[in-house]
Design a protein. Structure first.
Length: 287
């Protein structure tokens, strides 16, 4: 594995970030964009989790969010602008959702240092920096705004190369692990099951398709037992995996988050139910 592999190396590489107690890692099932403004159990859980920072956990110096909604070509990217723009990347929702803003600053200096320290799989080249095009898509702001409503913590997004095999996404996550010792909160935002083609809006949170329940169960078992490398082999589950992820963009943030975790760290699950029968909202905190 290329990139930073020691705390000494991290201290040299991440000069913009001060050493800190180890930060947790979070994977959030974000589901519908409406969860960002609805008064429901999902949004309330994000608010409660955010309140733990500054009490149970240190307040982050920086948040690095891996969103299912920034897919790149030619490698992994980091947002490198000082003032990332808001991206309302959806349609058919109420105006109140389009009116949402999350004016958290970027972190150009830290982004540049992380880009040099964390390397592209195989080639070993630095990560690419985006200084003008992307920003905060709803995979990022829909969960961070309830968690950290003051928008006073700098945020960087990591863009994922969808063409690369899942194991390489896990490898990038492994390189992010050293950031946890530098005050960086790593947040993966996607869904363990995500099939919009067969959603049922009338379904209750405890109702889901059999294949969705089983795929969620298999992944939860891997997470609970620290078999994190197995997560990247999800396509071996055959038709069940194909139904759970007709496209696997929402699964990839889980691989990045799990890569940043020590397999001996115990996960804490929350929101372990379903939205619209085919979206697993299962979320997890390590640390």
């Amino acid at each position: 594995m290329l990139g930073i592999t020691s705390l000494a190396g991290a201290a040299e590489a991440f000069g913009a970030l001060k050493k800190s107690p180890r930060m947790p890692v979070i994977f959030v099932g974000h589901g519908s964009p409406m969860n960002a403004i609805g008064d429901n159990a999902y949004r309330r859980s994000w608010q409660s989790l955010g309140a733990e920072f500054g009490t149970r956990y240190p307040k982050p110096q920086l948040i690095l969010c891996v969103s299912a909604h920034w897919l790149t070509r030619g490698g992994w990217y980091l947002t490198g602008m000082a003032r990332p723009r808001m991206i309302h990347d959806f349609g058919g929702f109420p105006q109140a959702l389009f009116d949402q803003q999350y004016p958290a600053p970027g972190a150009p200096e830290a982004a540049a240092q992380i880009a040099q320290a964390v390397r592209q799989p195989l080639s070993g080249a630095p990560l690419s920096l985006d200084t003008s095009e992307w920003g905060f898509d709803h995979g990022t702001w829909s969960v961070l705004k309830p968690m950290f409503p003051r928008a006073d913590i700098p945020v960087i997004q990591l863009g994922m190369d969808y063409a690369r095999p899942p194991a390489q996404h896990y490898q990038v996550g492994q390189q992010l692990r050293a950031l946890r010792e530098r005050g960086v909160l790593i947040v993966g935002s996607g869904n363990i099951v995500h099939n919009l083609r067969v959603t049922r809006r009338d379904a209750a949170p405890d109702q889901a398709y059999d294949w969705a329940i089983e795929f969620d169960r298999v992944v939860a078992d891997q997470l609970a037992n620290g078999r994190l490398k197995e997560l990247s082999e999800f396509r071996n589950l055959g038709s069940m995996a194909a139904q759970a992820h007709p496209t696997h963009d929402h699964y990839l943030p889980l691989l990045h988050a799990a890569g940043a975790v020590d397999a001996r760290e115990s996960p804490r699950f929350f929101n372990a139910d379903f939205q619209s029968a085919s979206i697993s909202m299962r979320s997890v905190v390590w640390g």
